[in-house]
Design a protein around this ligand. Structure first.
Ligand code: AVI
Length: 333
């Protein structure tokens, strides 16, 4: 059952520079941030700008690639351990998903749970959210589905618990936590802890591994990740009237071992100038625009991060090869 209207929350943001990366994409925000990205040193922009319609389609393709193990592996972990996860959840639990997410993942949970009471998917894009929510309610007629349009990295409120419902469980799969800076990850977890007070968070986190495997996952043989990265410049051309020549930029993704993260960059193949927002920006051959970090964790480093945010780490499930981890974290009371 799709419950009532979309709950829309706006302007509830924390106005701190550290949070800038996670702000809702507002009119003018992309142009301002793209111009800033070209002006600052080192040049860098938030990965949130990857996800226009084309970027989201490319990301869906990435998730299907043979080299991109995280999606497949996390699904396997959830499938193999659904009964144990459901036991942690208990009867009548409510799921709050951060990001509208893959309906496949939440379905694995719902199928195993004891009479789930309500599903609250939170996403910044109302269109995407409504479509996913409608699909899900068709297949789970007894479940209340209440979409919440909000930026989950900002301070926000959730509807009060339903009478007779069990615990509130947050769901944050996909290792999206790795795309935050360490400070942003901590800030996100602290906010989630408040929303989930007395409940728990089920969190997916990619693990540190052989750099060659990581390298392959972000440099796939079909070039989909390269297209995903370059789409940022195509988007700037489409939406901002910029004049990036995509053939003059190379996708670069590598594992930065000391910082335990994959970095993605767009590297200028030549000396060139870019026209954007009435200004001209110079790039020398080899200059890079840093477009994404994807942090990797150990089971212990993720648990320590969660503990710093006030969570009490519980069971952890991994795949037999130890590629990916799914954590049960008890929220503060
Ligand atoms: C969404 N996020 C967890 C993906 C990742 O692996 O960091 C985004 C991505 N970037 C390149 N490939 C996938």
């Amino acid at each position: 059952m799709l419950s009532g209207d979309l709950l829309v929350q706006m302007d509830a943001g924390l106005d701190t520079p550290a949070n800038d990366q996670a702000r809702p994409v507002q009119a003018g925000g992309f142009e301002r941030d793209m111009a800033r990205a070209l002006a600052v040193r080192p040049r860098a922009i938030s990965p949130k700008y990857f996800y226009d319609a084309q970027g989201s389609r490319l990301f869906d393709q990435i998730c299907e690639l043979p080299e991109y193990y995280p999606t497949r592996t996390e699904l396997g972990i959830l499938r193999d351990n659904a009964q144990q996860v459901a036991r942690q959840m208990g009867p009548r639990a409510e799921i709050v998903e951060f990001g509208a997410g893959s309906l496949l993942k939440v379905r694995l949970l719902l199928d195993a749970m004891d009479r789930p009471s309500r599903y609250l998917p939170i996403d910044i894009s109302g269109d995407h959210l409504t479509a996913s929510a409608e699909d899900l309610s068709r297949d789970y007629p007894g479940l209340q589905v209440k979409p919440v349009v909000a930026d989950y990295t900002q301070r926000m409120l959730l509807p009060a618990a339903l009478p007779g419902s069990g615990q509130r469980v947050g769901f944050f799969p996909g290792s999206t936590i790795g795309n935050f800076t360490p400070d942003e990850a901590l800030q996100f977890l602290r906010g989630a802890g408040q929303l989930l007070r007395g409940g728990a968070l089920l969190l997916g986190a990619d693990l540190i591994k052989e750099p060659a495997l990581l390298h392959a996952a972000y440099n796939d043989s079909q070039g989909v990740t390269a297209r995903f990265n370059l789409n940022l410049l195509a988007r700037a051309n489409r939406e901002l009237g910029a004049d990036f020549d995509l053939s003059q930029f190379a996708h670069s993704a590598f594992y930065n071992a000391p910082l335990q993260r994959i970095e993605m960059h767009l590297v200028s193949r030549c000396r060139q100038s870019i026209a954007l927002a009435g200004e001209s920006f110079e790039l020398a051959q080899g200059d890079s625009i840093h477009t994404e970090n994807s942090h990797k964790f150990t089971v212990d480093s993720l648990r320590a991060l969660a503990a710093r945010a006030g969570f009490k780490p519980g069971p952890v499930w991994t795949d037999p090869q130890g590629l990916f981890s799914v954590h049960w974290l008890h929220a503060p009371t």
